[in-house]
Design a protein around this ligand. Structure first.
Ligand SMILES: [Zn+2]
Length: 209
C-alpha cells in the first residue's frame, strides 16, 4: 500500500485553516476534483464518465495544457464543470521563489474564463506544495486542497486496491483528487466509474466547488 494514506491526517486542516480541505454540511455530497489536464483521452474519459452519473466536478488545469489543447478545455467548460488554476507549468512551490511562482499562477489565469459569481478564483498548488510566503501572496485565491487522494498517478499497486482504499477514505463533504493525465489514465479508468457507481448507489451526489 502507498506510504501516503488515502485520507489525509486530520492535523493538516488544523495547521492550514485558510485552505479548503473538506466541505461542511450537505448530506451525502462529494466533490470530485481532477488535476493536470486538459489532456486528450483522460480528460474526455473523465467528462464522459461524470456525465453518465449526472456528476459535476472541478478541474484544476495546467495553463500550458489549456494552451495546447483548447478544444479539450472547452469540453470541460461546456460540460458545466468548474475550472481552477493549477499554475502554468505545474511548479512546485517549495523549489520556486514566490515572485516567480505567483507570476506563473497569473500566467495560467490568462487562459481561464473570468470568475463569474465567485469572489475568488479556485487554485490548487501542484503536489500540494506551498510555502507560507506563497500562501500569503496568493491571498486573492481560494486555495483548495483535499481530504482524499485516489493515488491514481502511482505506478505501483493495482487499480482495484486503490479503488477500495479511496472508497474507504471518502465520506460526506470529501474533496477527492483524481488526475486527468496520461500518467494516471490506467488507474483512473478503473477507479472513477466504480467509485461513482458505489457512491451513487448509496445516494450520494457530486457537485463542483
Ligand atoms: Zn498536479
Amino acid at each position: 500500500m502507498p506510504i501516503i494514506p488515502h485520507r489525509i491526517p486530520s492535523l493538516f486542516p488544523k495547521l492550514f485553516p485558510g485552505m479548503l480541505w473538506r466541505m461542511n454540511g450537505g448530506e451525502k455530497k462529494m466533490f470530485l476534483t481532477f488535476d493536470d489536464g486538459p489532456v486528450p483521452g483522460p480528460t474526455e474519459f473523465a467528462l464522459e464518465t461524470l456525465q453518465k452519473f449526472g456528476a459535476k466536478a472541478t478541474f484544476f488545469c495546467i495553463g500550458h495544457n489549456i494552451q495546447k489543447y483548447p478544444e479539450v478545455f472547452h469540453k470541460i467548460v461546456a460540460g458545466g464543470h468548474a475550472v481552477g488554476n493549477h499554475t502554468f507549468n505545474h511548479l512546485s512551490g517549495w523549489s520556486t521563489p514566490t515572485v516567480s511562482y505567483v507570476e506563473n499562477v497569473k500566467q495560467c489565469d490568462h487562459h481561464l474564463p473570468t470568475i463569474n459569481g465567485r469572489s475568488r478564483r479556485l487554485f490548487r498548488p501542484p503536489y500540494g506544495r506551498l510555502t507560507f510566503g506563497q500562501i500569503k501572496a496568493l491571498g486573492q485565491y481560494h486555495i483548495v486542497m483535499w481530504d482524499v487522494l485516489s493515488h491514481d498517478y502511482r505506478q505501483s499497486g493495482s487499480g482495484e486496491q486503490f479503488l477500495k482504499a479511496t472508497v474507504a477514505a471518502a465520506r460526506t463533504g470529501s474533496i477527492v483528487v483524481f488526475h486527468d493525465s496520461l500518467k494516471a489514465e490506467v488507474k483512473l479508468y478503473h477507479i472513477l466509474p466504480r467509485f461513482l457507481d458505489h457512491f451513487s448507489n448509496l445516494g450520494f451526489s457530486f457537485t463542483s466547488l
